[in-house]
Ligand binder design. Structure first.
Ligand code: SF4
Length: 371
């Protein structure tokens, strides 16, 4: 991530000005990471990658992106995909509503825009699941429309460059930054400009730890750096504490088959598959009572490992039991509203959210040798 000879430097300024743009673009030319969605930045590619990149690291997204594009190469394929398959393709990325919204927006594009992403920021913004940031990214990167794309990376960089103490989580801060960027975004290189800013935030003006100011094309214009305040900025209100919820998970298993159930249609992890579970941390006797209520009597019971899963507003602290049932086929699973399926079937077609990753691994460890 080094600067190259000839990189342009600019004088110190108190607010963003067009003069600082060339140094950033020049830096980006030499330092942009090679990423799969950058090689052919069609509106579809930019859209899918940006939605995947929300809340997920670049390295983690790459294999998901490749697999998704392989199965659903264009907007038409996305609009027609079966929900279960879509959930399976999204499994592990979390925030499954993002995937559902992708499909809804694809259907709209097929019916209202002849299958082509509209070349218009406002129309893109009106599509389901596309906010200002994503609309800005698609418009500028795929169509060179000069609109900003302001995400957390960009807010951090700008608040440091301006040494601005406003809380970056406030809508008013985002609005101001957006308006300022609108003034300086170059008409002929809007996509590169937005990507350069995001890239600077992701790789140099980093969120955790000390930014790498000595590698930054804006070191001479950055007020926070000049004032030795880089670690104080950006200002961010501390988030509210997450609610903690205990859950006890039952891995009900017999001869290569396992019980799964569907979550409710609304709320957290809506309509996804999970293992039967109960609120609270059930001790062995309580777990046995539960099994009796379910009509499960002949079994071997063993504790699984414990773990936790963190959502944005809630934390699940999870413990569980392996329940090896003597004759699983004899139980009326429908009555319990569980599905009794083979482990292969579950792996192939049932999207189990990553909150249950620990239990999938436990299952694999314990039973793989039998399968
Ligand atoms: Fe960020 Fe440092 Fe560059 Fe300022 S000089 S924008 S703090 S990396």
């Amino acid at each position: 991530m080094s600067k190259k000879i000839g990189e342009q430097k600019t004088a110190i300024t108190n607010k963003l000005s067009k003069e600082i743009v060339p140094a950033l673009l020049n830096w980006y030319e030499y330092n942009a990471r090679i990423l799969p969605w950058r090689s052919e930045p069609t509106p579809y590619h930019v859209w899918i990658s940006e939605i995947m990149l929300q809340q997920t690291r670049v390295e983690a997204v790459k294999p998901y992106y490749d697999r998704f594009l392989c199965e659903l190469p264009d907007i038409e394929a996305l609009s027609k995909v079966e929900d279960e398959k879509l959930m399976k393709l999204w499994q592990g990325l979390g925030y499954y509503n993002r995937a559902r919204n992708l499909k809804t927006a694809a259907i709209t594009i097929m019916s209202e825009y002849d299958g082509v992403m509209p070349r218009d920021y406002e129309k893109i913004l009106s599509l389901k699941g596309i906010g200002e940031y994503t609309a800005g990214a698609i418009s500028s990167i795929a169509y060179q429309i000069p609109v900003p794309a302001v995400d957390g990376n960009v807010l951090r960089v700008i608040s440091r460059v301006e040494a601005n103490d406003e809380d970056i989580l406030k809508a008013s801060t985002k609005k101001r930054v957006r308006e300022e960027l609108l003034e300086i975004i170059p008409e002929d290189r809007a996509g590169d400009f937005n990507q350069a800013l995001m890239e600077l935030g992701a790789t140099v003006c980093i969120p955790n730890g000390k930014p790498l100011c000595e590698n930054c094309p804006w070191d001479t214009v950055c007020q926070a750096y000049q004032q030795d305040r880089v670690m104080e900025l950006p200002v961010k209100q501390p988030k509210k504490k997450r609610k903690i919820e205990q859950r006890t998970v039952f891995l009900l298993y017999s001869k290569g088959k396992i019980a799964v159930c569907k979550r409710p249609d609304t709320g957290l992890l809506a309509s996804l598959w999970e293992f039967p579970n109960e609120l609270g941390k059930l001790e062995i006797e309580e777990a046995k009572e539960k099994l009796e209520q379910w009509g499960i009597n002949q079994y071997k019971l063993e504790k699984t490992a414990k773990g936790k899963h963190i959502f944005s507003h809630i934390e699940w602290q999870m413990s569980g039991y392996f329940v090896e049932i003597e004759d699983g086929d004899a139980i009326d699973w429908r009555e319990l509203e569980f599905e009794w399926i083979s482990v292969e079937e579950m792996e192939r077609s049932y999207a189990i959210p990553s909150a249950y990753e620990l239990f999938l691994k436990e299952l694999e460890k314990k039973y793989r040798k039998e399968l």
